[in-house]
Ligand binder design. Sequence first.
Ligand code: ZN
Length: 150
Amino acid sequence: MALLEIRISEDETLRKHCRPVGAVDDRIRTILDDMTDTMRHTPNCGGLAGNQVGILRRLVVIDVDGVQYQLVNPEILSAEGEQDGPEGCMSFPGIFGMVKRPKRVKVRALDRDGREIEIEGKDMLARCLCHEIDHLDGIVFVDKISRRVD
Ligand code: ZN
């Protein structure tokens, strides 16, 4: 097990675009497991993206209501509806704000064995998927806050 350092606010890595993963091999699985360990050991952490831990690859881990996901090359296939709610981020401690997100999203990704999967997320899972996939494109939630609530 390895805990990774989470990059904070002005770290330029958070603004970088993450590259797709070619082959899901043991090295990628180790990174996913280290990201999952880091998420589990960070209080109130609902997810992490590769560049948040200094790895510029399209990797995401998510924990919503105790259900954990490890996603490689996730992409949003479709989005429906809208929700507006409070959001935070491990890379921006102490900042919370209202962010509009789709109510439901369908996401395609590879799992830790390199198999293609599709996830349908609604409510909090939809919010987390959008937040983490934004990270992979260098987009952070503070760009999308309509109103601070911290
Ligand atoms: Zn975040």
